[in-house]
Design a protein around this ligand. Structure first.
Ligand code: HEM
Length: 314
C-alpha cells in the first residue's frame, strides 16, 4: 500500500512527476473549470429548494461538489462514492500503529477493485481523464498502477478538502463573522481566509536535494522533509491575530494549497467552485440561515468535516 501511495502525483519526483502534471493540466483549462462550476451550480439549484438550514451542507453542498468533480474527471456521479470508498479503505492502513491483518487485506481488495474500475474506464476512454490515461498507457509512459494512483489522488485529494473549506466559509457567512463580509466585494478574501483557517491538508512532503541548514538544524540530502502547512498558516509572525477570520490581510499568502512544483493543480478550480457555490446559495436565499458550525474531524495529517450543525460555534 505504501508503494501504491508513493505513486500518487503529489508524492512523485521528476521526471515522473513532470509527466503526470503535464497529463493532468488539460483537465484544468478555463473552459473545463467553467463546466465544473456550471455543474456545481446546477446541482445547488436542483437540491436547495426546501432544504432546511441545518441540512444545507450534507444535502446541497456535498452533492454539488461531487457533481463538479464528476464532471471534471468524466465519471458518473454515482460511481464517485464507490471510488471514494475504495480510496478510504486503501488509506486506512496509513495511520494504524500496529499491523491489522483485516485492514491490510481489505485495503488490498479495495486496490484491486479500484484498479479494475480504472482499467475499464481507460479501455472505454470516455471522459478527459480516462482518455488522457489511456493515451499515456498506450505510449508506455504510465502503467495501470500509475493510472490507478492518479484516480485515487483525484478522488481523495479533491472532495474532502474542498468540503472543509466550504464548511468553514459557510460558518463565516452565517455566524458573527458575516457582519463584516459584503458578498459583492469580499468573496475572494473570505474564500482565502476560509482556506487558511481550514487548512484541510496539514502536511506537504518534500525530499532534500542537498544538505542544508535551517534554524541551526542540519538537513541531509535525501532526507524526507515535512512542511507543516497548518502551522505556517497560523504563524503569528506572518498572520497577525492568526485564529481570527479577517478580510484585510495583505502580504503573506497562506499555503493551504501548497507552493512550488507540487502546488495544488486544483487551486484555481477550487476558488472558482467556492465562488459559484456561494453565489448560487445566496441567489436561492440559502445563506439566510441560522448560524452553522463545523464539527471537525482532526486526524493524522488533516482536518475534515465530521458534521455541520445549526448553532453558533463556542
Ligand atoms: C480546498 C481544496 C483543496 C486543498 C486544500 C488542496 C490542497 C492541496 C495541497 C496542500 C497539495 C500539495 C501541495 C504541495 O505539496 O505543495 C495539493 C496537491 C494537489 N491537488 Fe489539491 N487541494 C484542494 C483541491 C483540489 C482539487 C479540487 C483538485 C482536483 C480536482 C486537486 C488536485 C490536486 C493535485 C492533482 C495535486 C498534486 C499536484 C502535484 O503534486 O503536482 N486539489 N492540493
Amino acid at each position: 500500500m505504501t508503494e501504491f501511495v508513493d505513486l500518487w502525483p503529489v508524492f512523485s519526483d521528476p521526471p515522473r512527476h513532470t509527466g503526470m502534471r503535464r497529463l493532468l493540466l488539460p483537465l484544468f483549462t478555463p473552459a473545463a473549470v467553467g463546466r465544473v462550476v456550471a455543474a456545481t451550480k446546477e446541482s445547488v439549484a436542483t437540491t436547495s429548494p426546501g432544504t432546511p438550514g441545518g441540512r444545507v451542507f450534507e444535502s446541497v453542498v456535498r452533492p454539488a461538489l461531487a457533481a463538479g468533480l464528476a464532471r471534471l474527471i468524466g465519471e458518473p456521479p454515482e460511481t464517485l462514492a464507490e471510488l471514494g470508498d475504495c480510496a478510504t479503505r486503501i488509506l486506512a492502513v496509513g495511520p494504524s500503529e500496529t499491523y491489522e491483518p483485516s485492514v491490510g487485506l481489505d485495503a488490498a481488495k479495495a486496490l484491486d477493485e479500484l484498479t479494475d474500475h480504472v482499467a475499464r474506464r481507460c479501455e472505454a476512454g470516455r471522459g478527459a481523464l480516462a482518455s488522457a490515461l489511456r493515451d499515456a498507457m498506450a505510449e508506455g509512459s504510465l502503467d495501470l498502477r500509475d493510472a490507478t494512483a492518479v484516480y485515487a489522488q483525484l478522488v481523495t485529494g479533491a472532495l474532502e478538502p474542498a468540503a472543509a473549506a466550504v464548511a468553514r466559509l459557510l460558518e463565516a457567512l452565517t455566524g458573527p463573522e458575516a457582519e463584516a463580509i459584503d458578498l459583492a466585494t469580499d468573496i475572494d478574501p473570505a474564500i482565502d481566509e476560509a482556506l487558511r483557517l481550514a487548512t484541510p491538508f496539514h502536511l506537504a512532503m518534500r525530499r532534500a536535494l542537498t544538505d542544508f541548514t535551517l534554524h541551526d538544524h542540519v538537513v541531509k540530502a535525501e532526507a524526507r522533509v515535512i512542511l507543516v502547512l497548518v502551522a505556517a498558516n497560523r504563524d503569528p509572525r506572518r498572520f497577525a491575530d492568526p485564529l481570527t477570520f479577517r478580510l484585510d490581510r495583505t502580504g503573506a499568502r497562506h499555503v493551504a494549497l501548497g507552493r512550488g512544483r507540487h502546488a495544488c493543480l486544483g487551486a484555481a478550480l477550487t476558488r472558482h467552485v467556492m465562488r459559484g457555490l456561494v453565489a448560487e446559495l445566496a441567489a436561492g436565499g440559502v445563506l439566510d440561515l441560522p448560524p452553522l458550525s463545523v464539527v471537525w474531524n482532526v486526524d493524522f495529517g488533516g482536518r475534515f468535516v465530521q458534521d455541520v450543525v445549526a448553532g453558533q460555534r463556542v
